[in-house]
Design a protein around this ligand. Sequence first.
Ligand code: SF4
Ligand code: SF4
Length: 95
Amino acid sequence: MIEVPESCQGCGACCRFDWMQLEPGDVVPARFMGEHEGQAVMVGLMPEWRCPALDASRNCAIYDQRPACCSRFVRGGEGCLRALRLAQSFPMESA
Ligand code: SF4
Ligand code: SF4
């Protein structure tokens, strides 16, 4: 049974990926942007695939500017549960 945190603050389990495609209308600071096959993306940082905008406290450093796909993400939803399960077997070592 996966326990869903009461808040996303300090979790960040779903903020891990190899790359995440940005959508038209997303306005992400340039320092967090990359390119994959000609598309604007955010690239996860090795070795933990952390989003470059996830700060040391595991909060989103660009919360008000986060991409649309992050805004749509639902705490307790299927993707959240999948991320929390992955974090159990591959926890983030740093804060
Ligand atoms: S949506 Fe789920 S996995 Fe993502 S930060 Fe919130 S509680 Fe953690
Ligand atoms: S932009 Fe913010 S909410 Fe989206 S994956 Fe990165 S840290 Fe998480």
